[in-house]
Design a protein around this ligand. Structure first.
Ligand SMILES: NC(=O)c1ccc[n+]([C@@H]2O[C@H](COP(=O)([O-])OP(=O)(O)OC[C@H]3O[C@@H](n4cnc5c(N)ncnc54)[C@H](OP(=O)(O)O)[C@@H]3O)[C@@H](O)[C@H]2O)c1
Length: 259
């Protein structure tokens, strides 16, 4: 894990609210970091690629970052510790980092399933658990990033759908479990959105284009989402306007889930 040298922390720096956004180097996470920072919230972005995180951080002075592979057992604790050391508080956790897996049952490997569970379920569990004392102190909130396919079947990518379904279950159970502490837990479930997720899953540019074209055909509003389409709802659910909202799964997908 390497840490961006943001300089020493002074007492005046501790006043803005602080958010951790995982997967902040690209796509939905990068847009969320920028949207949070634009609303005056300090952001600690997390991801494996320092160059990608640095690009995000360059967009706003309130965005800082730490590199970490969140599948490593100790990484989530270290991320929370970094936020505390720098700013002494934590108000929002956005569990966004993730990868897509297309693999029919006949072909899927045990390792690929384990990897998916680790990044989508185990890492958010470790990170949110480590953040609990701080979220209690700030009466903060958690936003988990699911998918339309967290509550719809997805043949050929069943394990991806399954981990998102599990994340939606965690969202609603944690919402009840943590309500007595004043911590709200919600999820945003995006539909097909422009990002690096398909490239990161190993598809060629031509395959990516074909997938995008097929997706557009199935979306009632006839376009894929932009990261900003998703980020504004993440920030909305994380903030004070949603003070009385917890345990909700907000689908943002151009109407796809209705079909
Ligand atoms: N795009 C869509 O169509 C869509 C639809 C529904 C849901 N989602 C969900 O939205 C979330 C964000 O995805 P995106 O579409 O914005 O894709 P993306 O651009 O690929 O972003 C995913 C981010 O997660 C980070 N990440 C992946 N594995 C990690 C690890 N082991 N440790 C730390 N960071 C890791 C990646 O950064 P590094 O590679 O640098 O680590 C990357 O910046 C995911 O949970 C995805 O499942 C996306």
């Amino acid at each position: 894990m390497t840490v961006n040298d943001g300089g020493p922390m002074t007492s005046t720096q501790s006043s803005p609210k602080v958010a951790i956004v995982t997967g902040a180097g690209s796509g939905i996470g990068a847009a969320t970091a920028l949207e949070l920072a634009s609303s005056g919230i300090r952001v600690l972005g997390v991801g494996r690629r320092e160059e990608a995180l640095r690009r995000t951080a360059k967009q706003h002075s309130l965005i800082d970052y730490v590199t970490a592979d969140l599948r490593e057992p100790t990484a989530p604790d270290e991320v929370v510790r970094t936020a505390v050391e720098r700013w002494g508080r934590l108000d929002v956790v956005v569990n966004n980092a993730g990868t897509y897996l297309q693999a029919p049952l006949q072909e899927v490997s045990d390792d690929a399933v384990s990897d998916l569970i680790t990044i989508h379920i185990v890492a958010p569990t470790r990170l949110t658990r480590a953040a609990l004392p701080l979220l209690k102190a700030s009466r903060g909130s958690v936003v988990n990033i699911s998918s339309t396919y967290g509550h719809r079947p997805i043949p050929g990518s069943s394990h991806y759908g399954a981990v998102k379904a599990a994340l939606e279950h965690l969202t609603q159970s944690w919402a009840l479990e943590l309500a007595p502490d004043g911590i709200r837990v919600n999820a945003v479930a995006p539909g097909p959105t422009e990002s690096e997720v398909i490239t990161a899953a190993g598809f060629t540019p031509a395959e990516k284009e074909a997938i995008a074209a097929a997706q557009i055909e199935t979306i009632p509003l006839r376009r894929r989402g932009t990261p900003e389409d998703i980020a504004r709802w993440i920030v909305h659910l994380a903030g004070p306007d949603a003070d009385w909202v917890t345990g909700q799964i907000l689908t943002v997908d151009g109407g796809l889930e209705l079909l």
